[in-house]
Design a protein around this ligand. Structure first.
Ligand code: SF4
Ligand code: SF4
Length: 112
């Protein structure tokens, strides 16, 4: 079992979730976060923190976001750890209202 970040996070990246994680499982891409499944202990604390409902436990992952289980596993090994909240992108409110934005996902690492 693991928790998974899915499509609503893309280009929103509010980072409210990272501060509550007791095992520092979040990893940062250029415009999205993912969770390292080898670190997540399924405490559930991050789920309620996400303003756009991007985080689910894998067993409850909506079918349209099934791909995100593998995406989190793969990208979490490529992206740096994030443990401190930071300001979201300037256009986050626009992207929070966009339902289909998978094509916007950047696989480039975030941070710096
Ligand atoms: S709180 Fe939600 S939208 Fe924000 S970074 Fe975490 S998963 Fe992404
Ligand atoms: S469920 Fe808990 S351990 Fe897993 S990513 Fe969320 S806050 Fe971290």
């Amino acid at each position: 079992m693991t928790h998974v970040v899915a499509e609503p996070c893309v280009r929103c990246k509010y980072t409210d979730c990272v501060e509550v994680c007791p095992v520092d499982a979040f990893r940062e891409g250029q415009n999205c976060l993912v969770i390292d499944p080898d670190e997540c202990i399924d405490c559930t604390l991050c789920v309620a923190q996400c303003p756009v409902g991007a985080i689910s436990i894998d067993s409850d992952l909506p079918p349209q976001w099934a791909e995100w289980l593998a995406l989190n596993a793969r990208l979490s090994k490529l992206w740096p750890m994030i443990t401190k909240r930071k300001a979201p992108p300037a256009d986050h409110a626009h992207w929070a209202a966009v339902e289909s934005k998978r094509s916007e996902l950047s696989e480039r690492p975030g941070g710096a």
